[in-house]
Design a protein around this ligand. Structure first.
Ligand SMILES: Cc1cc2nc3c(=O)[nH]c(=O)nc-3n(C[C@H](O)[C@H](O)[C@H](O)COP(=O)(O)OP(=O)(O)OC[C@H]3O[C@@H](n4cnc5c(N)ncnc54)[C@H](O)[C@@H]3O)c2cc1C
Ligand code: FES
Length: 337
């Protein structure tokens, strides 16, 4: 057996033992520690972490670490004692397997600019009760009723005891889930979900200011995070950059008005890339707005970022060019089927 030390982003150390035939993920699960993971076959990237010290091989044959030195723990077979740096806080580790839950559709309401708010109610479960238990920033995999098709959606509300789950979903023309949602789904429909999952969560012990950057429905997890900060009357300076192509896309940001009133240290920049002549706000992309914000920031923030891959790449480049290390740029790097 090899000794494995897992070190979380917030410095917690967790110890376990693994045999050479057992992956780090399997050994952690045998020890009752369920690390973020989805596919268990090395493809989604959700379980990736850096091996700081020790020797390992990879199940299924050699595999190069990613650019940041991380490897999927679901394939990583320890051949000596290992120290593993996990890129999420201890709160990202569950003591339960990712659950599958039954739910019904409560409502589907337009949220502006081709997006809807889908509200579901979880059915009572013998193990989990009725609670909707998740960490703001996480997502669920939702199945289209009667099919094997699943799609991931970030939760936009707060954890609660009455089982309410809220998602902000942009309807994609011709998309499988979008078409079901737009044409077939109705209140009372039953569906199944898997989750919560994901490691895109707030570093709550960081002393630094935060900058949240989102575009499109990438706003959903940021909305959940902001609701959480408001719930705890968080006083840390927080700057939100909401990126949109046109003013019409700002409609989904409507809940921000109430949140701004509850968070006195929240500042908001609406960045519109192609506005009408009458637009008086920031003109440009979310990455342009971040560059402008960082140019005068004396205390460099932690950056939380969610949106289409091109936005994620552009914003990451801006943040890194200004000297924010990759470990302080948080994003959900998951590739689902
Ligand atoms: C972790 C995570 C969190 C997410 N959170 C959210 C969220 O909060 N809100 C949100 O709106 N989305 C979110 N997504 C995206 C979401 O999972 C779906 O990818 C999205 O809703 C599209 O699903 P769909 O089934 O409607 O479209 P899909 O069927 O997946 O199709 C997507 C697009 O491709 C086109 N297309 C499909 N098949 C073909 C084909 N054969 N040829 C050409 N074009 C094709 C469709 O017309 C459509 O425009 C998230 C994704 C991940 C990974
Ligand atoms: S769970 Fe390891 S890569 Fe998906």
């Amino acid at each position: 057996m090899s000794d494995i030390t897992l070190i979380t982003r917030d410095g917690a150390k967790l110890s376990l033992a693994a045999s050479p035939q057992e992956t780090v993920l399997e050994a952690a699960e045998a020890a009752g520690l369920f690390l973020p993971a989805m596919c268990h076959e090395g493809s989604c990237g959700l379980c990736s972490a850096q091996i700081a010290t020790g020797d390992y091989t990879m199940r299924g044959g050699p595999r190069e670490p990613a650019a940041d030195g991380s490897v999927p723990l679901c394939l990583c077979l320890p051949q000596s004692a290992l120290t593993v740096n996990l890129p999420y806080p201890e709160s990202g580790i569950s003591h339960h397997r990712i659950p599958t839950r039954a739910a019904t559709v409560t409502s589907i309401t337009p949220a502006g600019s081709g997006a809807v708010t889908l509200s579901l109610t979880l059915q009572p479960d013998p193990e989990f009760g009725t609670a909707a238990d998740f960490t703001p920033g996480q997502f669920m995999e939702v199945s289209i009723p009667g099919t094997e098709i699943t799609r991931a959606y970030s939760l936009s509300n707060l954890p609660n005891w009455d089982g309410t789950l809220e998602f902000l979903i942009r309807l994609q023309p011709g998309g499988a889930f979008s078409t079901w949602l737009a044409q077939t789904a109705k209140p009372g429909d039953a569906l199944t979900l898997r989750g919560p999952a994901g490691r895109f969560v707030l570093d709550e012990i960081s002393p630094r200011p935060r900058c949240l950057v989102g575009g499109g429905c990438g706003f959903a997890p940021l909305l959940s995070m902001l609701r959480h900060l408001a719930d705890f009357q968080n006083m840390q300076p927080t700057h939100l950059i909401f990126g949109a192509n046109t003013e019409a896309e700002l409609a989904v940001a409507a809940p921000l008005k109430a949140l701004a009133a509850q968070l006195p240290n929240l500042t908001i920049c609406y960045a519109v890339w192609h506005p009408q002549a009458a637009w008086h706000g920031f003109t440009g992309t979310a990455a342009d707005a971040l560059a402008q914000y960082l140019a005068t920031a004396t205390d460099l923030p932690d950056v939380y970022l969610c949106g289409p891959p091109r936005l994620v790449e552009a914003v990451t480049n801006v943040a890194q060019a200004r000297g924010i290390p990759p470990a302080r740029i948080y994003t959900e790097q998951v590739q689902l089927r």
